[in-house]
Design a binder for this molecule. Structure first.
Ligand code: ZN
Length: 315
């Protein structure tokens, strides 16, 4: 039995097989320059397990999944995830290696020292019908977004992957924040996830690019309706999600984008994490990382910066 389990684990198998932002259109992740080629299914050796999970844990998890997997799904083990999809085996492998492994490797390089402590399933659904059905089957409800979501209680990331890989990278950020940043406020968790929903690699690091959230944010800046950064960073989860004036995700994203472009984001994350007991909102740490500016003045400078950014959707 153990031999069979190990064999199951050692191969990529073709087995015949937080809250979300409902307004979020997905956006494709540019093909990462360092994406390794997708090898043939039979030759892939699964990477080392993570976070104290053994090969047997993964093998057992795969066997459990296979028992309830509908026909037409392929499965790839990509620790700390198991990736399942109803597209072709090549397509599932493409996302497992080209998007998931790429994003996880670079996110861990910049931010995360700990992996999620359990095996999480990423479901890649190839049409709206199967996406909605999978959501119903896996988490017991229809999705409130057409793009994808992470359900931490079920340990599942459920994606309508036909809309691109952007939401996939966004959602991957959440279980890593969960594992590394206890009591991370929603504004930062969603700001970081949103930052990487359009991402690329620069000098070996993951970077967020301008994306579809920009024009709406620019309109809000011109109308003068954005809350202060002090107010944004002091939002509770309920404030952030349920009383969102429609700009929370974008404002958080482009604050972090600004920090990234100034070379301050990774430092800010680690300092915020270190100081989280003293400064749970991250606001004081933000002021400190910015060099202690007058925050009203900084706000005006940031708004000018954002108004000067451009986003050109790909056709
Ligand atoms: Zn999110």
């Amino acid at each position: 039995m153990m031999r069979r389990l190990a064999l199951v684990f050692a191969l990529v198998l073709a087995v015949g097989c937080s809250r979300s932002d409902p307004k979020r259109p997905n956006s494709p992740i540019p093909p990462p320059a360092a994406t390794p080629p997708c090898p043939a299914a039979e030759s892939v050796v699964v990477p080392e397990p993570v976070a104290g999970l053994s090969r047997t844990d993964y093998a057992q998890h795969v066997l459990d999944l296979r028992r309830r997997l509908p026909p037409g799904f392929s499965l790839v083990v990509e620790p700390p995830f198991v990736v399942l999809g109803n597209g072709s085996a090549d397509r599932v492998r493409h996302f497992a290696v080209g998007t998931i492994r790429w994003a996880v490797t670079l996110l861990k390089k910049s931010y995360f020292t700990r992996d999620p402590s359990r095996i999480l399933d990423i479901w890649l659904l190839e049409d709206d019908t199967s996406y909605r059905q999978a959501s119903l089957d896996l988490v017991g409800r229809l999705p409130n977004t057409p793009y994808g979501f992470y359900d931490d209680a079920k340990g599942a990331l459920v994606m309508n992957i036909t809309t691109g890989g952007g939401t996939l990278v966004h959602e991957i950020v959440h279980p890593f924040i969960e594992a590394n940043f206890e009591h991370c406020p929603a504004w930062f968790n969603e700001g970081l996830g949103s930052l990487y929903e359009q991402s690329d690699e620069r000098d070996g690091e993951i970077v967020g690019l301008t994306n579809w959230r920009l024009p709406g944010l620019q309109r809000a800046i011109r109308r003068g309706v954005l809350p202060s950064f002090e107010a944004l960073t002091h939002t509770t989860s309920s404030d952030f999600y349920d009383r969102d004036p429609g700009t929370n995700y974008a404002q958080a994203r482009y604050l972090l984008y600004y920090l990234q472009e100034m070379g301050l984001l990774v430092r800010y994350y680690h300092l915020f994490l270190e100081q989280r007991t003293l400064d749970p909102t991250g606001y004081r740490t933000l002021v400190r990382v910015l060099g202690g500016p007058d925050m009203r003045r900084f706000r005006r400078e940031w708004e000018e910066y954002v108004l000067g950014l451009e986003f050109h959707p790909r056709t």
